[in-house]
Design a protein around this ligand. Structure first.
Ligand SMILES: [Zn+2]
Length: 228
């Protein structure tokens, strides 16, 4: 257990868009009798999950597949709100998802920008986020010694805490030159690595080859992190 800890429940049967009180909401695919939750700690398992939602925030609303992409995120990472049991329908509206993803995208973009006014803009943006609700967590290691940490209950708060941990330099990460996703620099990895994966490395190599011959690449899977 790190200093921060969470236990996020992801419905094993996935989430689907449904009408709840006339609004599009992401709800667990029923029935509840024949499903279960996968539980994981995003701080340990995916400390850069915040960037996945930020990436989504860059195109949300303008893209036809926005709902699908939000559902895909939820199926992997869980719902942003309402982690408490039982499930409360109607919390995960598309508008809420969209707004949160855009704010996170804005925060990441500001942090990485050269904007001279970014300190001011970032603090204004962060002031619009609700405060973190932390509880204490105590765990026992296999050797019997105790560890204490701070528990964050909801995924939306986890993601903002992850953003701060990353911006404060507690997570070593770099943005892939090919797909523009953040990837973690773990111990044993070259710190000057430019690509997140062999796939991106190969795609970038191929693109350079094609650029050299003046043919436009069709293998460029990258989407600009700064929009159009
Ligand atoms: Zn990549």
């Amino acid at each position: 257990m790190g200093l921060f800890t969470a236990e996020i429940a992801v419905w094993s049967k996935g989430y689907v868009w449904q009408e709840v009180d006339g609004r599009r909401c992401l709800e667990p695919r029923g029935p509840f009798a024949d499903g279960s939750f996968r539980r994981y700690d995003p701080f340990a398992e995916s400390p850069l999950a915040f960037d996945e939602l930020a990436q989504l925030g860059r195109g949300v609303d303008e893209r036809d597949d926005s709902e699908e992409r939000v559902a895909d995120f939820a199926n992997r990472r869980g719902l942003l709100w309402g982690q408490g049991q039982p499930h409360r329908p109607g919390l995960s509206t598309f508008d809420n998802w969209s707004a949160e993803a855009k704010l996170l995208a804005g925060a990441v973009r500001l942090w990485e920008s050269d904007d001279g006014d970014k300190a001011n803009q970032l603090s204004q943006l962060l002031a619009r986020r609700p405060g973190l609700a932390l509880t204490h967590a105590v765990d026992m290691k296999p050797d019997g010694s105790l560890v204490v940490g701070l528990h964050v209950a909801e995924l939306v708060q986890v993601l903002w805490a992850q953003f701060t941990l990353w911006a404060a330099g507690h997570v070593q990460a770099r943005r892939c030159r090919q797909c523009h996703r953040l990837f973690e620099i773990r111990p044993g990895m070259r710190s000057d690595r430019l690509y997140c994966s062999r796939r991106c490395n190969n795609a970038a190599y191929e693109r350079r080859q094609l650029d050299a011959t003046g043919i436009k690449s069709e293998t460029d899977v990258g989407k600009s992190p700064r929009g159009k």
